[in-house]
Ligand binder design. Structure first.
Ligand code: CTP
Length: 436
C-alpha cells in the first residue's frame, strides 16, 4: 500500500511502518510537532554523485522531512530505487508510462505535494532540458508541473560546468526563479580537479531549510558575536572559557534562513561557518570589541552571544613561560564591557544580551538587562542539565524590556534562536505601532 503524506492524510508515515530508524539516530525537531512535516520531492539525475543523494535522503529524513524520490532511468543505473525507497520509506517513482506507478503516485500529485522540489545531482543534460522546456520523462515532467520552489544542485565535469551553453542555461533558470546552487571545488570522479562537485548533503539540507522559512527578518542587519575569547599568557598558552560558539552560530544560521543579512564576529571555534554570513574572526576580547564597534553603525540588531572574557593577563610573556618549582601569581586586568558600551549609544538599534548564570537566574538577568540598556536578555542556568556550553540544546528564560519573563522548555539552540527572533519581531511591531 502507498504511504499517505503524514498529517494531511492523518495516517502514520509509511516510513514508520516500513522500517524503524536505527536507535542511535537523533531526530532533530525542525518544525511544530503538530504540523505536517514539510515534503521534499527529490529528483535524482544520472551522475556519479547519485551516491551522495542517498546520504541526502538519510539526512532529510533525520531532520524530519517527508521525502519522495523521483529518479531518471540513468540514475537507476548508478543506484537502485530500492536504496532510496528503503531510506525514504516511500515508493520511488521512475517511469511516466508505468500504469502501476502512475495510478499509485501520479506525476501531478508528486508535483503538487512538494513543499520544495530538489534536484541533486542536476546533470548538464537535465539542466539543459529544464531550461529548454523539455518534459520527456517523469522527472522533467514533474519539475515543469510543480509550483513549489525548485532547487538544483549541479554536479558534472569542470569543463562541462564552464561550458557557456550550460552557464547560459543556469542564468536562464535563475532569471525565471529557479534556485541553483554553486557546485563545490575539488577532486572530480572523472579525474579532473575543479568546480563541479555536488555540494555536500548538509549544505543542500541548509538551502532547503532556507527556502522553507518565512523571510520575516528581511531588511534586518544582524550583528552577532559567538564563542569564547582567548587571552594569551605567552606565545603558546591562553586563558579561555568553555563556550563552544554554538548559540551564536545557531542565531546566524536561523537569521540567514529568515532573510536577514548577518555579520558574525566569532571567537575561536571549530564550527562550520554559516553559509552566506560575513564572518570576522577574532581572538581576544579587545579584538572582539574593535570588530563589533566597526560593524555596529551598519547593524539594526546586535546579539551578543559571545562569552566575552571579563579579564586578561596584565602581562603577556614574550617567550614561553618555563616550568619552575614555585607558585606563579597571575595579575588580571578587566576588559571593557562591549554590550554596556553599545547600550549607551544604541540609537534605535535592538540589543540582545545573554546571561550565563549559576544562581539567582531571573534577578541577575534583570539587573543586566537594565544596566546594559537591553531590549531582550536570554538567561540560562549553565549548571542545569541540558543547558549551557558545548551542547546543542538549551533551557533558557527570555526577559524583555517590557518586564515580561518567559521561561522556555528544553529545546535545540536553533529553536531557541527562532524564539528569540519571534520575540524581537513582536517587540519591534509594538514599538512601530506605538510610534504611529
Ligand atoms: N558581555 C560583553 N562584554 C563583557 C562581558 C559580557 O559584551 N566584557 C556581554 C555578553 O556577551 C553577554 C552579556 O554581556 O551578552 C552578559 O554576559 P555575562 O558574562 O553573563 O555577564 P557579565 O556582564 O560578564 O557579568 P558576570 O560575569 O559578573 O555575570
Amino acid at each position: 500500500m502507498l504511504a499517505g503524506r503524514p498529517g494531511r492524510s492523518g495516517r502514520m508515515p509509511g516510513f514508520m511502518k516500513v522500517c524503524k530508524p536505527p536507535a542511535n539516530w537523533v531526530f532533530l525537531p525542525l518544525m511544530d510537532a503538530k504540523k505536517a512535516p514539510p515534503s521534499v520531492v527529490l529528483g535524482v539525475a544520472g551522475g556519479i554523485a547519485c551516491y551522495k543523494s542517498v546520504e541526502l535522503v538519510r539526512l532529510l529524513v533525520q531532520h524530519g522531512f517527508a521525502v519522495r524520490v523521483v529518479m531518471t532511468r540513468e540514475a537507476a543505473e548508478f543506484v537502485t530505487p530500492l536504496t532510496f525507497q528503503t531510506l525514504s520509506g516511500r515508493p520511488v517513482a521512475t517511469e511516466i508510462f508505468s500504469l502501476t506507478q502512475e495510478s499509485e503516485i501520479g506525476h501531478i500529485n508528486l508535483a503538487d505535494q512538494a513543499d520544495v522540489f530538489v534536484i541533486a545531482p542536476a546533470t548538464a543534460n537535465l539542466i539543459g532540458k529544464i531550461a529548454g522546456g523539455i518534459a520527456d520523462d517523469l522527472l522533467t515532467t514533474v519539475v515543469m508541473a510543480t509550483q513549489a520552489p525548485v532547487l538544483l544542485a549541479p554536479s558534472m565535469n569542470v569543463h562541462m560546468y564552464e561550458n557557456p551553453i550550460l552557464q547560459e542555461n543556469i542564468r536562464k533558470l535563475r532569471r525565471v526563479g529557479y534556485h541553483v546552487m554553486e557546485p563545490a571545488d575539488g577532486y572530480l570522479a572523472c579525474g579532473y580537479e575543479g568546480k563541479g562537485r555536488l555540494p555536500e548533503p548538509e549544505q543542500i539540507v541548509e538551502e532547503i531549510r532556507r527556502l522553507l522559512k518565512k523571510k520575516d527578518l528581511a531588511g534586518e542587519k544582524l550583528l552577532i558575536t559567538a564563542g569564547p575569547n582567548h587571552e594569551p599568557l605567552d606565545p603558546v598558552r591562553y586563558l579561555g572559557s568553555r563556550s563552544s560558539g554554538k548559540m551564536g552560530y545557531a542565531l546566524a544560521q536561523v537569521g540567514l534562513r529568515r532573510g536577514a543579512e548577518v555579520t558574525l564576529v566569532s571567537g575561536p571555534t571549530t564550527l562550520p561557518l554559516p553559509q552566506g554570513a560575513k564572518v570576522v574572526r577574532v581572538g581576544t576580547a579587545a579584538e572582539m570589541r574593535a570588530a563589533v564597534l566597526k560593524e555596529f553603525p551598519q547593524a539594526t540588531v546586535v546579539l551578543m552571544a559571545a562569552a566575552v572574557a571579563d579579564y586578561r593577563p596584565e602581562r603577556i610573556a614574550p617567550h614561553k613561560l618555563k616550568k619552575t618549582e614555585t607558585t606563579i601569581h597571575l595579575t588580571l586586568k578587566p576588559n571593557a564591557d562591549i554590550l554596556k558600551e553599545l547600550g549607551a549609544k544604541k540609537n534605535g538599534r535592538m540589543l540582545i544580551g545573554f546571561a550565563a548564570e549559576t544562581e539567582e537566574l531571573v534577578a541577575n538577568a534583570k539587573k543586566k538587562l537594565r544596566e546594559k540598556n537591553l531590549d531582550i536578555i536570554v538567561a540560562n542556568n549553565v549548571a542545569e542539565e541540558g543547558s549551557g556550553f558545548e551542547r546543542d540544546t538549551n533551557i533558557a528564560t527570555l526577559l524583555d524590556r517590557t518586564g515580561s519573563v518567559q521561561p522556555l522548555p528544553l529545546m535545540t539552540k536553533e529553536e531557541l534562536a527562532d524564539r528569540i527572533y519571534d520575540l524581537l519581531l513582536s517587540l519591534k511591531n509594538t514599538k512601530e505601532r506605538s510610534a504611529v
